[in-house]
Structures are given as C-alpha cells and as structure tokens.
Design a protein around this ligand. Structure first.
Ligand SMILES: *Cc1c(COP(=O)(O)O)cnc(C)c1O
Length: 475
C-alpha cells in the first residue's frame, strides 16, 4: 500500500455505523434517491464534501477555550488578523461566517449590473453571487481542463488569450476585478501555477484591473507548486504562498477548507474605499467587524488552523492520501478524472456506466449505487447539477463531464477507510452492468441538485449479492 502514514495520532474518536444494505435501500427510497436527503448518521464513509468537515487539532480545540466573546475588540480577532496579514499580506482583514458571505460582500460592493467577472472557473456560490448582481461570471480556464484524460500539471490555469480577448471585447470599465480560484474546485481540484498567475497579473496590469484570489485551498495549491513547478522545489510552502498572494490585490476564503475549521471565512484586501463600503455592509448583514458572524472562539480556531495547514508534513500526507486513493482506483481499472486533484477523486461516470445515456443520470445512479452497496456517500457533478433545458428548443443541454466527486475531509478518515472505499468501488465496477438509470420526478427551478427526487428505471441492482456488503480491505 502506498498510502503516506498519518502525521498525527488519534485522541478522540467518533463512532461511525455500518448499516445494512436493506436499511440503506429503504433510506434511498425515502430520500427520493437524493443523497443530500440521507441522514449523515446512516452513512459509513461520508465523502460528500471536504467543506467544514475537517478534524481540528488539540491545539485548535484548546484555542476554543480561550475564546474572548467581547462584542468589540476580542483578542481572538487581533490574533486572527495578525495571522491573515502575515500569510496573505493584505492590509484589511474582514471575518465572515463562511465563504459565500465574503463573495456577496465583495461583489455587492464592486460589481454592477451588466459587468463581467473573469475567473478560471467560478465555484457555484461564486457564480451565483456574481449573477445575483446582474453581472456575467466568465469561466476562462485552459481548454484542457474539460478533457478528463489530459494530464497537465497545472490544469487550473487561466487561458491568457481568452482573458485578453475578453477584456478587449467587453472593455476594461466593465470588469471591476478578475479572480483566480486556487485550487480550481469545479475543475477537479486542479492547481494554478505561479507563472500563470504572474502572467495573468501582467495582462491585468495593462488595463489596471485588480486581481482577487478565491483562496479556499491555497495551501494545497502552493504544495503543488512546490512539487511541480520549476524553481520551487525545496521552497517553504509559506514563502510560496506569500509570493503568490503578493501578485494579487486581495482574496476571499472559505476557511471551511484549508482553514481546517468547521465554520468561518474572511475577505482580505488593500483598497481602503472598497473596505469601507464592505465594512458598512458587513455591519448590516453579518456583524461587527471584529467578529463578522463568528464567535471569538471560532476566530481563534481559524487563526490556528491557517497556521497548521502550512505544515508540510500535513500537506504531504493530505495530498498523498487523496492521490493514493486515486491510484488504487486506477490500478483497479476504474475510470477517474486525471490528474488526481488536491481534495477529491472524481469518478468518470460516462465511462463507468457506458450503457447509460446522460438522460438516465449516470453519475447520480453511480452515487446511489455506491451508497446502497457500501454505505459510501459521494456527490453527483453532472446532469443533475448542471443539465439545463434550453427554453427555445425545449431540449436538454447536457454537461461535458458526468462525475461523482469523492471529496476527502481533512484529517478525518484513516488510510484503511480509504482502502475500503477503493476496494468497494473496484468491486462495484466489476458488476457495473447491474446499475440501472434514474428518472427525475421532481425538480426545483434553481440549484435543483439539492432537492431533486428520482425513481429507478429498473431494479436489476436489488438482485445483486450480499445483504451487508461490508468488504474488509486487503492490505
Ligand atoms: C466552498 C467554496 C466557496 C464557498 O464557501 P462556503 O464557505 O461554502 O460559503 C467558494 N469558493 C470555493 C472554491 C469553494 O470551494
């Protein structure tokens, strides 16, 4: 087994339950085959998301006891502010309770109707918050990002030609800022290189357009730079991060990812005028500027998490654990998105279930089978999430990729857990012919993946062997 060994030992345990296949089958029917409606307690290995699911360290938990819950000027805020300034280098530090509030505060301040915001790929809440202002969210990632087999070291890079064309087409005054998402979550957790960020900066400089980072997974991105980009081997990740953020004018972050906390986020920037407007809005919707919707203890945990995430033993383990899961799957012949990203492995459902058409929701069907057979929960990123009905022709437009994302929570599952995941998926792959399609019976007008309901097209899967199906991983 090539799994890296854990750079921590376990002090507190949280029991997880192995349910029976029968119980999971019933829960699926009750949930309308939507895994968002399955109670987490009935999931054995939960890979729905890496957001807010991290295990905090003893040092972070100890920090919770030092929470200063003063309304104004909590000492935890000053600690948090000092950490963010030293890591990211921007003057103003504005805490929020999670990432999307930071997005909303920034965009509602600087983006006006009819404007455009370029990004490599907008995360769904980022896109929604840009569009909420009546503006256009443009995804300008390199074209290879949409090819699941193309192995580029920095597949999250911005397409500089398209960026330049976009600015020329819409005009500088229509672009209040450009963004780069590190790592590129919606494109498979793929990193962006320092040289691409520098080149993006140079293009933007010619027009005087500010650059902001969506920094959710900045430490993972900087670790990839150290590992893959010429000239960065052996450079401390912290230094790489400083160099990277020095190329921007600000960042926003959901600390539920690389902040190693269960709740929290922030916005950090240099511009005084923008900060004043954002702060006024913050007070209106989120809280006083020294707590921003969080308790003092949460700020302390976040300050400590942001320091810990740069520990290179941790990052080596983190990236290595995700990579090893991907390699085990690949070794078993399972089609996955390549290269393996920083926070998740993506199953390629089009190739896993070639007998299903996209109208039968193959990625959803695969996610459902994975839960029913093995108690593992992933998330569909395919037709359920991104399929659209074209109003004019009334035809469905299918997304390019049909994926099941297995997002790995930080410091939560042991390598044995992930070996079990790999073994289960490989076994499922061997009997993939038994997986039938789904029919959508209910959908909401927006973000339908959260509330959609389905029925099974055929019930061949229920005849598969085993009632318990808990396979022990071979070592
Ligand atoms: C999670 C995430 C967000 C939104 O953050 P929340 O804390 O969920 O509101 C924004 N951008 C990216 C890239 C993310 O992964």
């Amino acid at each position: 087994m090539n799994f890296p060994s854990e750079p921590f030992k376990i002090k507190v345990v949280e029991p997880i339950k192995r349910t029976t296949r029968e119980a999971r089958d019933r829960l699926l029917r009750e949930a309308g085959y939507n895994l968002f409606h399955v109670p987490a307690e009935s999931v054995y290995i939960d890979l729905l998301t890496d957001s807010g699911t991290s295990a905090m360290s003893d040092y972070q938990w100890a920090g919770l006891m030092l929470g200063d819950e003063s309304y104004a000027g909590s000492k935890n805020y000053y600690h948090f502010e000092a950490v963010v300034r030293s890591l990211f280098g921007y003057r103003h530090v504005i805490p929020t309770h999670q990432g999307r509030v930071a997005e909303n505060l920034l965009f509602s301040t600087v983006v006006k109707a009819g404007m455009c915001v370029p990004n490599n790929i907008h995360f769904d809440t980022t896109r929604a918050n840009v569009e909420h202002q009546g503006a256009q969210a443009l995804d300008l990632v390199v074209k290879e990002a949409y090819d699941p087999h193309c192995e580029l070291p920095f597949k999250g890079n911005m397409d500089l030609v398209r960026l330049e064309e976009t600015i020329a087409r819409v005009g500088r005054e229509q672009i209040p800022l450009a963004m780069i998402t590190i790592t590129n979550n919606s494109g498979g957790g793929q990193p962006v290189s320092m040289s691409n960020i520098r080149a993006t900066r140079q293009v933007l400089n010619r027009y005087g357009i500010p650059l902001f980072f969506d920094a959710c997974r900045f430490a993972e991105n900087c670790f990839f730079i150290q590992e893959r980009e010429p000239g960065y081997a052996g450079r401390p990740v912290r230094e790489i991060a400083r160099e990277l953020f020095g190329l921007g004018d600000g960042c926003l972050m959901s600390a539920k990812k690389d902040g190693l906390v269960n709740i929290g986020g922030f916005l950090s920037l240099n511009d005084d005028r923008w900060t004043e407007a954002i702060t006024n809005m913050l007070i209106l919707v989120e809280g006083f500027p020294t707590y921003g919707g969080l308790a003092g203890r949460d700020l302390e945990a976040m300050a400590r998490g942001l320091e810990e995430v740069l520990d290179e033993d941790y990052l080596r383990f983190r990236i290595g654990q995700v990579r090893c899961l991907g390699e085990l799957l690949e070794g078993g012949g399972v089609p996955i998105l390549k290269p393996i990203g920083g926070h998740a492995v993506y199953l390629n459902a089009k190739e896993f279930l070639p007998h299903l058409h996209q109208s039968q929701f193959p990625a959803q069907a695969l996610a459902v089978a994975l839960y029913r057979e093995y108690g593992i929960r992933g998330v569909e990123i395919g037709t359920v999430m991104f399929g659209k009905r074209d109003q004019a022709s009334d035809r469905v437009i299918y997304p390019e990729l049909e994926l099941v994302r297995l997002a790995i929570p930080r410091r939560v599952y042991t390598n044995m857990h992930l070996a079990y995941v790999a073994e289960s998926i490989i076994e499922l792959y061997h009997r993939r012919d038994s997986i039938g399609g789904l029919v959508m019976t209910h959908e909401a007008p927006q973000l339908r993946h959260f509330t959609a309901r389905f029925e099974e097209e055929m019930l061949a899967v229920s005849a598969s062997p085993g009632t318990d199906c808990m396979v022990m991983p071979r070592s």
